[in-house]
Design a protein around this ligand. Structure first.
Ligand code: B12
Length: 216
């Protein structure tokens, strides 16, 4: 079997969200064939995730399928973690993310977290109902490059502004990225957020552009 076809198999395995074991096995095979970490990620794992992301955008795939594909990709990433360390590929950046105070909507935020993780970011997920002071504490503790906030209710959206103010008041330097169904670019501009994205795929692209990395 040629090396290119193993990368294609990995991509298809991620799209189909085949058992994590299968993705692990194929990734290990690619490693054994001498393929480098970047090649396996770009030509196999990430290619698969991008494909399912595009299918989702066209309405040909549903959220549970995207989540399963992201998990399958993460299983492959585990196999090449050691290779990544050896080849000196650094995480693109660190993100602390959470859903704002009073809001328990978890699905969109977790999807964004998973896509960021799968795309090479280190992610600290604070969960839901996160008060501004908790975000501030987490920024002090983890020193992330980006702070992601999600709000799904018009009544909890002010939690984004409160958190941005609290972070600034503490003199912390972190880029802010916000999203959630009622959130808009206009709102992001109003509250002084550094970035906004309407979905998980664009959240990754935005996070990359904020970090000065070109999305592939
Ligand atoms: C599932 C759901 C729930 C579940 C949540 C379960 C869970 N574990 O998350 C439960 C049943 C608990 C729930 C409760 C409530 N809900 Co509700 N819920 C929804 C529903 C149906 C889907 C939300 C969802 O998961 N969508 C799928 C995900 C993938 O999409 P998403 O969240 O928008 O996320 C995407 C983007 O927004 C973006 N994104 C999200 N976060 C972030 C963060 C960053 C940094 C970035 C860049 C991008 C980003 O990327 C994501 C992926 O593409 C919506 C309706 C809807 N269609 O949105 C109502 C909805 C959000 N809920 C609503 C309401 C009113 C409530 C309740 C107040 C109901 C009640 N009376 O009790 C409570 C509030 C509870 C609370 N305090 O939070 C309203 C909000 C209206 C408003 N504008 O304020 C909605 C819009 C329903 C409606 N049409 O009335 N809800």
């Amino acid at each position: 079997m040629s090396a290119d076809s193993i990368l294609e198999q990995i991509a298809e395995s991620v799209v189909k969200a085949e058992a994590d074991e299968k993705v692990r096995e194929l990734t290990q095979k690619a490693v054994d064939e001498g393929r480098g970490a970047k090649e396996i990620i770009d030509g196999g794992l990430l290619l698969g995730l991008n494909r399912i992301g595009e299918m989702w955008g066209r309405g040909e795939a549903f959220i549970p399928e995207v989540i399963l594909s992201a998990q399958a990709m993460a299983a492959g990433m585990e196999v090449i973690r050691d290779l990544i360390v050896e080849s000196g590929i650094k995480p693109i950046g660190k993100v602390v993310i959470g859903t704002v105070k009073g809001d328990v909507h978890d699905i969109g935020k977790s999807l964004v977290a998973m896509m960021l993780r799968s795309s090479g970011f280190e992610v600290v997920d604070l969960g839901v109902d996160v008060a501004p002071e908790k975000f501030v504490e987490a920024v002090k503790e983890h020193k992330p490059d980006l702070l992601g906030m999600s709000a799904l209710l018009t009544t909890t959206m002010p939690g984004i502004e409160d958190t941005i103010k609290a972070v600034k008041q503490d003199g912390l330097h972190v880029l802010t990225l916000i999203g959630g169904a009622p959130v808009t670019q206009r709102y992001a501009d109003e509250v002084g957020a550094d970035g906004y994205a309407p979905d998980a795929a664009l959240a990754v692209a935005k996070a990359m552009s904020l970090m000065g990395v070109k999305a592939s």
